[in-house]
Ligand binder design. Structure first.
Ligand code: PHE
Length: 336
């Protein structure tokens, strides 16, 4: 193309653009002249074939053509095909859509699963409506035990209740599997408690169970809970065991974490004791093994159980358990 031809082509293109009747026609011309395979980019690509001494002048002319075509297209509203004129102040701040955050109880459950996951524990599940055998009998709880009372437990008839603990998932897991077993079982639990700052009739527990044909000891239990304490509450947090009683473990212990706030010196959180009670635990009682068809001479194991609310309250400094159920965004969003 000579310079003269280029000027003609330019004049023609500008006329065409000026004559375009609607947005579709403008768009078609944009594609024709400055689109990726349009005639102007093609000319720029072909520039190497223009004799060297003509190149500067030719290049300038092509650039000028392009600029004029783009200006003419813009004047015709190219690039805004289909858009309506905006009748709003675009400098106003936008509408905020806040991102949700995970509930503290979900966080504790997920973190616990991740921590025990590293130790080879998987997550087991069971129903919230249980029978007497799984919730009490197989867990070696005598028929006269106060926890079975109607004033403590939500019964539906004689053999159906809202589980009072996650321990029945131990029974279900052992009845369905052979050792070795390593599970944690998070879930809802129910007791006829009157709601106050530290009690709720519906709360959450996480059960842990390890059973093996190799000897399992109280020291194994302690080391696993010490690891959990450190991972969940922070470096420097240790555990201590106090003798206790549970029908389904022997020996049984209550587990305290050293206070993560004062580091054991004594503060309001740990009621000046330096320790916070978090869990019940112990070595699985041989009677429990017999109930699920295991031979206590061949297997041994430990179990533990703790309240999810309790861990969440001490970890995040939540003074009232009811806040965990009210779904008040002012409270929940503080964990963002
Ligand atoms: N289920 C017991 C409770 O609710 C806790 C526990 C679990 C104790 C496992 C020992 C072993 O109090």
């Amino acid at each position: 193309m000579t310079l003269a031809e280029l000027e003609n082509a330019k004049a023609e293109s500008l006329q065409e653009i000026a004559a375009a009747a609607d947005a579709a026609a403008v768009e078609a011309l944009r594609v024709k002249y400055v689109g990726r395979n349009g005639s102007i980019p093609a000319l720029i690509k072909a520039m190497k074939d223009v004799p060297k001494e003509e190149r500067p002048a030719f290049g300038k002319a092509v650039q000028a053509w392009r600029a004029e075509v783009e200006a003419a297209l813009a004047a015709k509203g190219a690039g805004s095909a289909g858009e309506k004129a905006v009748d709003a102040d675009l400098t106003l701040p936008g509408r905020w859509r806040s991102l949700g955050v995970k509930h503290p109880l979900s966080r504790v459950i997920e973190e616990t699963a991740a921590i025990f996951g590293k130790l080879g524990f998987t997550v087991a599940d069971g129903p919230e409506l249980e029978n007497r055998f799984n919730n009490f009998t197989a867990l070696n709880t005598p028929a006269h035990h106060p926890s079975m009372d109607r004033s403590d437990t939500f019964w539906f008839g004689d053999d159906c209740l809202l589980r009072t603990q996650t321990s029945p998932v131990q029974i279900r897991t052992m009845m369905q599997n052979k050792p070795p077993i390593r599970v944690i079982c998070p879930g809802r639990t129910y007791r006829r408690d009157t709601t106050d700052a530290t009690h709720s009739a519906n709360f959450h527990q996480i059960e842990g169970l390890y059973v093996d044909t190799k000897p399992v000891s109280l020291a194994d239990l302690k080391s696993v809970l010490a690891y959990f304490a450190k991972e969940m509450m922070g470096d420097g947090v240790t555990v201590r065991f106090r003798p206790h009683f549970f029908p389904f473990t022997e020996p049984s212990v209550e587990v305290d974490f050293s206070c993560h706030v004062c580091k054991g010196k004594g503060c309001a959180v740990c009621k000046q004791s330096g320790w916070i009670e978090v869990a019940g635990a112990g070595m699985v009682d041989p009677r429990v093994f017999r109930h699920v068809g295991y031979d206590p001479a061949e297997v041994s194991g430990y179990a533990f159980g703790f309240g999810v609310e309790r861990i969440a309250m001490i970890k995040y400094g939540i003074p009232d358990i009811r806040w965990l159920y009210e779904n008040d965004v002012r409270f929940l969003s503080q964990l963002a």
